[in-house]
Every structure is written in C-alpha cells, then in structure tokens.
Design a protein around this ligand. Structure first.
Ligand code: SAM
Length: 257
C-alpha cells in the first residue's frame, strides 16, 4: 500500500492494453524502416526515453531491434525489468533532461506524449540529452498531441470533467485545465482519488498527472532545430500522411545532423 492506503494500481501507471502497444510498435517499426531506406543506413538500436514500463519492448525486440529504456520512475523501471528478464540490464532510472549512458543509439524514441513536461529551457535539455546519445546518422521520433487542437478543445470546453471507475472501490475525477506562463500554454492534469462509500465518495488524495507544454508543429520543429536536429518529416499520427493543422496528433522525425 502507498500513501493514504491507496493500492499501487490506483497510482498513475502506464497500463495500456497490449493491442495498442503492438500496433504502436508496428507503426514505429514501419517508420524506422522508411527512414533507414531514405537515409541509406541501418537503424537497429533504440533508446526509449521515457519508456514507462517498457510496454513496447517485446514487440520492438521481436522486429529485431535492440532496445534500451530509461524512465524516472523506479517503480516503472522495476516493472519493466521484471517483464523483460532476458533484457533486465537494458533499463535504468534517469531524468530525461540529464542522464548519461556510455552507449549511442540509432533511434531515440519519445513516444505517447512524453515530451514537453518542463519549461522550454528544460525541454530543450531533453532534446540535447537525446541527441548526445545518438550515433552520427541517428534519428529522433517524437509522438505528441497537436497543442493547437488541445487549446481549441479547452476554448470550447472550458471546464471538462473526466470521471473514471478505477476499481470496485475507487473512482478518480480529473479536471484538466490550461495555464499560461510567459505566453506559453501548458495543459495541467491532476486527478482526485475517491473511495466509494455507499452512495458517497470519500476524498482520499489528489495526484499530479502531468503539466504538458502545448506544442504547435512550428513550436516543436523550432525547438528541435534549436537543439541541433534537422526535421525530416512531420506526419499525422499514426500515419504516413503529411501533418495538417487539423490533425490531433503529430509524429515528428528529425536527424542528428
Ligand atoms: C505518458 S508516459 C509514456 C511512457 C512510454 N513512452 C509509453 O509509451 O508507454 C510518460 C512517462 O514519463 C515518465 N517521466 C516523467 N518525468 C520524467 C523525467 N523527468 N525523466 C524521465 N521520465 C519521466 C513517467 O514516469 C512516465 O513513465
């Protein structure tokens, strides 16, 4: 049990169904193969930061990639090690702004809204740290929500509420909102956990999920350029269609040089 007697599964964990992980990995493999052909080089090794519990790794390894995962959460890294005993040395805890491995990789993967957790100065540090772990022909792949669509959504729905049954015993209520700092929009996600008691809900605790810098395509491409990357393509996620402003997600591929 964790604080306030909330069982660990009620804390924020990455528990997507394995079908989504399999189809994500299939798309990532197709992307990497496309850029391997375009760039005329082999792209065999992947650094997945942040990797969560490594939900993509069995699938990516089955395609033949070597995969190394870094995440700040000790709990998620130990889950990843337990789930991948044959590769348990291929994981470490670290802060994506500032970690150092004595290896370089062909691909750095920032998957499923895993970039933009900080202000711009620190977000650029994340990109520079990723870049420092790439081989000379390496690429970075970033999968993010389109911040412009998110901002429009909040204009139309200023006070959204999401209620989720988390178990027979617990319910979470999330009221996300947008805040501005120095003219930059951030989406803040907190959730309150309640224990069911008859027809009532007993407040247990509030937990921070994320504070995410909302990127337009131009913002993200600009930050990649500042960090020394060259943007190769921006796709509508998860497709091979060129991104347009009306797409909900974007997948940006950029090279180290
Ligand atoms: C939305 S999850 C996505 C994880 C993974 N990319 C996936 O597709 O399942 C974001 C992850 O970022 C991790 N994280 C948050 N802040 C971090 C930091 N400063 N450094 C490294 N990981 C961080 C969290 O622990 C969480 O696992």
């Amino acid at each position: 049990m964790t604080s306030n007697n909330v069982p660990p599964e009620i804390e924020w964990h990455i528990n997507y169904d394995s079908q989504k992980s399999e189809s994500d990995a299939e798309y990532i493999d197709a992307l990497i193969r496309l850029f391997s052909r375009k760039l005329g080089c082999r792209l065999d090794s992947i650094l997945d930061v942040p990797c969560g519990n490594g939900r993509l790794h069995d699938f990516l390894r089955a395609y033949g990639y070597s995969v190394y995962g870094v995440d700040i959460s000790k709990e998620l890294i130990s889950q990843a090690r337990r789930a991948h005993p044959a590769n348990d040395l291929e994981y470490s805890t670290g802060d994506m702004r500032d970690f150092s491995l004595d290896r370089k990789f062909d691909v750095c993967l920032s998957w499923f809204t895993s970039f933009g957790y900080f202000n711009d100065k620190d977000n650029i540090k994340v990109l520079r740290t990723a870049r420092s772990h790439l081989k000379k022909d390496g690429i970075i792949i970033i999968d993010l929500s389109n911040g412009e669509i998110t901002t429009e959504y909040f204009k139309a729905n200023p006070k959204p509420v999401f209620i989720r049954e988390r178990s027979d015993e617990y319910v979470s209520i999330e009221r996300p909102y947008i805040e501005y700092e120095n003219g930059v929009a951030y989406q803040v996600r907190n959730e309150s956990i309640y224990r069911k008691r008859g027809r009532d809900l007993l407040f247990i605790k509030m937990q921070r999920l994320s504070r995410l810098r909302l990127y337009s395509r131009g913002d993200l491409e600009g930050q990649l350029a500042k960090a020394g990357f060259k943007v190769l393509r921006t796709f509508a996620g998860y497709s091979f269609k060129e991104f347009t402003e009306s797409d909900k997600r974007m997948v940006v591929v950029a090279s180290k040089k």
